[in-house]
Design a protein around this ligand. Structure first.
Ligand SMILES: Cc1cc2nc3c(=O)[nH]c(=O)nc-3n(C[C@H](O)[C@H](O)[C@H](O)COP(=O)(O)OP(=O)(O)OC[C@H]3O[C@@H](n4cnc5c(N)ncnc54)[C@H](O)[C@@H]3O)c2cc1C
Length: 400
């Protein structure tokens, strides 16, 4: 553990966003002294962060991390890659030729511990910020020229349209599963508690992660029920379970298109935020890996100019990014408010009829004007009048 008191940059919270930001800052500005302060003793709670490759023309990252992956710094963090993935709906079964990649938190933290050993403090909660100084719960004080708040999801930061919630089980099978690529959505399962699908990642010939996922109106999760549903799903696929490993879970709040926007919940007046704390995530999927990289690159660019410019650069970037996502918040209103929960799967079924390029642009948050028209027009998958109403009108419904 570091025993220094003064740093150039201190990250409050050691998660995906601060980890990536620290990696890029150190690579591009090795002269800076960095510190990550993380509240958990063992930060590697089971979590899998996945993303899709992007064609070069669409890759918004300055380091081309999503298009030239094998040559990129991001490659060091990837636990598993596949050349494509599959989606299954009652009336659509499709193989997409979009490479897919996953980072497992255990691998991520092995890397972080190895590379940042002197710049990591674990098992210490930041209790308070006073100017450029932080007070740890243990009573210790540390200072930095720039504090960065990366504490993860903030409660009540935005009005919620609904939740993407899931429980995942890592399974070892008695025999090979014969899957060559992930099944990103198997929505042929019984629809309940919103749009429901099983998400399967084949880690190797005999091990899988299966997540039971719901686009639901509330965040409640009955762990025992989800667990039994996953086991039953594996059995119906003919996958005989040898042992059950780690369990993952999450309930990602998805913002609605409403009068109120994003309220920054900072730890102190001088802290700049990154990651989901700063609203840097995809409004419809709740995923933040692309945004973690883009936010980190913004941080490096402004740090290169001066540490003092980080706050205004990042705050402006986060505001623009939130504003840019209005279309996805409108889609959330349509998905959660215009369609009956049991019919929500039809919206996604129709979405996946589109081209691989449109789908890539959607996940990257780079949907074009033509894409938007394609996504919301055509054969209606939900009642047209209600869909139009909720797409165009701000909602004050707050799900929870
Ligand atoms: C199970 C799960 C799976 C997900 N899968 C994907 C995926 O496949 N792809 C994707 O793009 N997104 C995914 N997401 C969504 C999102 O990318 C993650 O939530 C991501 O971890 C957010 O990164 P972050 O760094 O902003 O916050 P976090 O990773 O949550 O990190 C915040 C950290 O701050 C620490 N902290 C909080 N308060 C303090 C304090 N006062 N002092 C010190 N430390 C503090 C916390 O302990 C935590 O470790 C997933 C989310 C979950 C929950």
């Amino acid at each position: 553990m570091a025993d220094k008191q003064n740093y150039d940059v201190i990250f409050i919270g050691g998660g995906l966003a601060s980890g990536i930001a620290a990696i890029l800052l150190r690579e591009h500005m090795p002269q800076l002294s960095l510190l990550i302060v993380e509240a958990r003793e063992k930060p590697e709670i089971p979590q899998t962060w996945s993303f899709q490759s992007l064609p070069e023309y669409l890759d918004p990252s300055l380091t081309k991390a999503f298009s030239s992956i094998s040559e990129s710094w991001l490659n060091n963090l990837i636990s598993c890659s596949w050349t494509g993935y599959e989606v299954r709906f009652p009336e659509l079964r499709k193989q997409l030729q979009i490479p897919y990649h996953s980072l497992r938190s255990s691998d991520f933290w092995n890397y972080m511990r190895r590379e940042f050993k002197d710049s990591l403090i674990l098992n210490e909660t930041v209790a308070e910020v006073q100017g450029q100084q932080i007070r740890l719960e243990s009573g210790r004080y540390l200072q930095a020229k720039q504090l960065i708040d990366a504490r993860g999801w903030a409660k009540d930061a935005f009005p919620v349209a609904g939740y993407q919630k899931f429980v995942g089980l890592n399974l070892t099978l008695k025999k090979p599963h014969h899957l060559s690529c992930p099944i990103l959505m198997d929505a042929t399962v019984r629809q309940e508690d919103g749009f429901r699908f099983m998400y399967t990642l084949p880690w190797d010939a005999q091990s899988l992660l299966i997540e039971d996922t719901h686009y639901s109106d509330h965040a409640k999760i009955d762990l025992a029920y989800y667990r039994s549903e996953i086991i039953q799903y594996a059995e119906t696929q003919g996958w005989e379970i040898e042992s059950i490993g780690e369990m993952e879970q999450g309930a990602l709040a998805l913002p609605s298109f409403s009068k109120s926007g994003f309220t920054a919940k900072r730890l102190g007046p001088t802290t700049t935020a990154i990651g989901v704390r700063a609203g840097l995530f995809h409004a419809t999927t709740g995923y933040s890996l692309y945004d973690a990289v883009l936010g980190a690159e913004q941080l490096v660019e402004s740090a290169r100019r001066s540490l003092a410019s980080i706050d205004s650069t990042l705050s402006g970037y986060c505001r623009r990014r939130w504003a840019d996502q209005e279309f996805y918040r409108r889609l959330n209103n349509m998905l959660f408010l215009a369609s009956e929960p049991s019919e929500r799967y039809r919206v996604l079924e129709r979405f996946y009829e589109h081209s691989d390029d449109l789908i890539s642009r959607f996940y990257a948050g780079k949907t074009t004007r033509a894409d938007k028209i394609r996504i919301i027009s055509g054969k209606p998958s939900i009642p047209m009048k209600r869909a139009i109403y909720h797409f165009f009108n701000r909602s004050e419904v707050q799900h929870g």
